[in-house]
Design a protein around this ligand. Structure first.
Ligand code: BDP
Length: 605
């Protein structure tokens, strides 16, 4: 059990939640002196930046953009006197990658992992009817003992630099909303829901965890506000007559209200929109409410101009409009759990989400040769530090599943992206992660991970853990691109024949395929990087998907161009977007729109 509740902050008759968005004081800790110099009582300087946002892209100084180390934030928050008697929390949507929180000078919380929420409980030290000083130290250094993996090096001039083992810019800071919350001391802590469809009716089996002993009651309201079902007790069943199901791109949301009451009054009330739907894998099918679905959509990033990975409500809206326009029905939250508001929107819009934990960069590379001097290659999962990494990874899986389990949009868990799988040492590591996910999820949603190119039918030792086998494949881009594309297709089909021969009787999906393309380039006949080549590449790739019945989904890499570390393989970022970073279509968007609008939802049923 986590030491704090993961429930999304809401104002209800018994609760208060105030978003602390705005300008916060900000200071880089270049010398790593903040802790000793008492910055917990107040940070130096008078610079201010917006929260939520990544700090990197506001400044014109490259040393700031590339900064590795501690950055400090400070703000003041007024706590109303009428909140006395409640628990007072600061709830961080995320702090990337680790943080310490101080209120009125006192350290109240520390959290590791940059993409999931945590709470600092300030009840004991709060000053009511007064301003309280909030200081946050955020550290953005990459390590091999936390996810996502990378390392931090020191340059000859003494400056530190992050070296990600992954292909997205190491944006960091307070990138999601911080809330001030007042919650009753006896409160709803968590709840689980599982669904069963019985003809036209539905049964919702629930269990509610509270922090006290008073009785619990649940009321389910339909979209018109009518009462659809009621139940009493910490555990039980809500019987919904003539249930409206939550369907792909046709969402129906009920409002679940959970109350704790004593003889005279409501002790706590929490509410959340929920959708009635089942999800399961049967043979090679992915079934939603018992009917086959073929996934079409994207691997995405939280990434946009100026605010970087900061949650941007306008960009979120634009992205959903583009996904609807192009005929998508799903996306993967590559490569980390996204802001909670994005899942709320997917719940309303009926998009299916493959929810991914930030386990990326878990791969052997030239940088990771632990025993390089001896010439002996150590596989990624047999390092001395592997147990520490596993612990951080398990904790992220726990936080993600507890945070997201009640969203109807979440239909699968992606537990790693492109890990090393060809060495036997990966097997026990995978087993722990996959077992834990199954144990934590009341709905037992399918689990998956994205297989890198060299994890093939003959080399991968971990595909058996997946309920849905997810492939990231770049035949015609990283392998035999350009005029060699016919060879690429042959190799691709050969690999797919290899999977077919294994007869796994599981659905396969493509969680990545794509070609870097500059929105500025046209060339006839095509060359790699031109829009014409992106079209050609997709036509070849889709032809292969269509030839294998067990392929039950395609999520192209990437929805939009996104920022990466600079280097000779990246032209100011990764350009595999179907849309530019400014969210305008490349040619290929029209090709995808034609295809996706013509594919039936139950394609290859
Ligand atoms: C895969 C990664 C993804 C990269 C992509 C690419 O999963 O993060 O951005 O390839 O190379 O390796 O474009």
């Amino acid at each position: 059990m986590l030491e704090y509740s993961m429930l999304y902050p809401r104002t209800t008759p018994s609760r208060r939640a105030i978003a602390m968005n705005g300008m916060w004081k900000f200071h880089l800790d270049e010398k790593g002196e903040g802790e000793q110099s008492g910055w917990n009582d107040g940070i130096p300087g008078d610079d201010m930046i917006p929260v939520p946002a990544s700090f990197q892209d506001f400044y014109t100084d490259k040393d700031i953009r590339e900064f590795a180390g501690d950055v400090w934030y400070e703000t003041e928050i007024f706590v109303p006197g009428e909140w006395e008697g409640k628990a007072i929390w600061l709830r961080f949507g995320a702090a990337t990658h680790r943080a310490a929180v101080y209120v009125n000078g006192m350290k109240l919380a520390e959290h590791e992992g940059g993409f999931l929420p945590f709470v600092a409980d300030m009840t004991e030290i709060v000053r009511y009817n007064a301003n309280n000083k909030v200081v946050v130290r955020v550290n953005n250094e990459l390590t091999e003992t936390n996810i996502p993996c990378g390392k931090t090096i020191t340059l000859a001039d003494g400056k530190k630099m992050n070296k990600p083992y992954f292909d997205f810019f190491n944006y960091s800071g307070l990138q999601r909303t911080v809330h001030l919350m007042a919650v009753p001391k006896e409160a709803v802590y968590d709840f689980d829901l599982t669904y069963k469809l019985c003809g036209a009716d539905a049964e919702i089996t629930y269990s509610v965890k509270t922090t006290g002993e008073h009785p619990v009651s649940l009321t389910l309201y339909d979209a018109e506000g009518g009462i659809a079902a009621q139940a009493e007790g910490h555990e039980g069943v809500l019987h919904v007559h003539d249930a409206h199901l939550w369907q792909v791109r046709n969402a129906y949301l009920y409002r679940l209200v959970i109350q704790i009451t004593d003889d005279t009054q409501i002790v706590d009330e929490y509410e959340q929109e929920i959708g009635i739907r089942t999800v399961e894998v049967k043979d090679t099918q992915i079934l939603l409410n018992g009917s086959p679905v073929y996934l079409r959509g994207f691997g995405k990033h939280e990434d946009s101009d100026v605010v970087g990975r900061g949650f941007n409500i306008g960009v979120m809206k634009r992205d959903f409009e583009l996904m609807k326009w192009i005929g998508a029905n799903s996306f993967r939250t590559s490569h980390y759990p996204y802001s909670e508001e994005i899942y709320q929107m997917a719940d309303r819009e009926g998009f299916l989400i493959i929810d991914e934990v930030p386990a990326v960069g878990l791969f052997e590379s030239m940088m990771n040769f632990a025993e390089a001097s001896t010439g002996k290659k150590t596989a990624f999962f047999e390092k001395e530090t592997t147990p520490v990494l596993l612990k951080a990874h398990l904790k992220a899986v726990e936080e993600m599943i507890i945070r997201d389990k009640n969203h109807p949009c979440v239909v699968a868990w992606s537990l790693l992206n492109e890990p090393e799988t060809t060495n036997e040492a990966a097997v026990p590591y995978f087993k722990e992660i996959f077992d834990r996910a199954l144990e934590l999820d009341p709905q037992k949603r399918p689990r998956t991970f994205a297989l890198i190119m060299n994890s093939r039918p003959d080399t991968c030792r971990c595909y058996q853990f997946s309920d849905i086998v997810a492939l990231n494949r770049y035949y015609g881009w990283y392998v035999s691109g350009g005029y060699e594309i016919a060879d690429a297709e042959m190799m691709f089909r050969k690999e797919m024949d290899g999977w077919a021969a294994l007869n796994l009787n599981k659905p396969f999906i493509f969680t990545e395929y794509g070609a870097d393309t500059l929105g500025s380039e046209h060339k006839l006949p095509s060359v790699m990087w031109s829009q014409e080549y992106q079209d050609e590449y997709l036509k070849m790739t889709h032809g292969v998907f269509d030839a294998y019945d067990f392929v039950k989904g395609e999520q192209i890499w990437n929805f939009a161009d996104f920022q990466t570390t600079e280097g000779i393989l990246r032209v100011n970022g990764n350009k595999k977007g179907v849309f530019t970073r400014q969210r305008q279509p490349k040619d290929v968007a029209y090709l995808l729109k034609d295809r996706w609008e013509s594919l039936p939802l139950d394609y290859k049923k």
